[in-house]
Design a protein around this ligand. Structure first.
Ligand code: SF4
Ligand code: SF4
Length: 165
């Protein structure tokens, strides 16, 4: 790219952001409210649905215990372990489901991509800090709970970045 072209491109990028209202989030008094759900993946179309990559949600009734999420994570963070569950679903004969260690998870979303049964998505829950390592390990039961998000700053993400309403 020529020098003039580079300058025009830089100016164009700057101008595009002039009208965006900037803000400082006063966390934890103010919290983010992301529009829509977290990151999802549609195995039928092979297309990911954009969203925040926070804590996962596991839909027990869809999970077959196939372990593909765990295999996907093996080369990344080894954050997923398959554990026994009390529920016995027809489609989950081994009665195993993923347990996720958020002390290891890097929130890449590959486990969500790998799940062929619409059982594992990510949510907008980003408040996961804890004083103990053990509290960072989420059992299938904990992963099955939809996070309560009562937050007061609505964040919209588009190609110009994050803005609030
Ligand atoms: S999002 Fe976390 S649990 Fe899933 S594959 Fe990535 S590191 Fe593993
Ligand atoms: S969450 Fe999905 S990929 Fe993981 S064991 Fe269950 S069905 Fe298989």
């Amino acid at each position: 790219m020529s020098t003039a072209g580079g300058i025009i491109r830089a100016l164009n990028s700057g101008v595009k952001h002039l009208a965006i209202r900037r803000f400082t989030l006063r966390y934890p008094e103010q919290k983010l409210k992301f529009v829509g759900d977290g990151f999802q993946f549609n195995p039928d179309t092979g297309v990911g649905i954009a969203g925040l990559r926070g804590r996962h949600i596991l839909y027990h009734e869809h999970c077959t215990g196939c372990q593909l999420c765990s295999v996907a994570c093996e080369g990344i963070a080894e954050a997923i372990g398959m554990v026994k569950v009390n529920e016995t679903w027809k489609q989950n004969k081994k009665a195993i489901m993923p347990q996720i260690d958020y002390g290891k998870c890097v929130f890449c979303g590959l486990c969500v991509d790998a799940c062929p049964f619409y059982a594992l998505y990510m949510t907008n829950d980003y408040e996961l800090s804890s004083f103990t390592k053990s509290a960072l390990i989420y059992t299938p039961a904990q992963l099955g709970i939809k996070p309560k998000i009562s937050q007061d700053v609505e964040i919209k993400i588009d190609d110009r970045g994050a803005t609030h309403g």
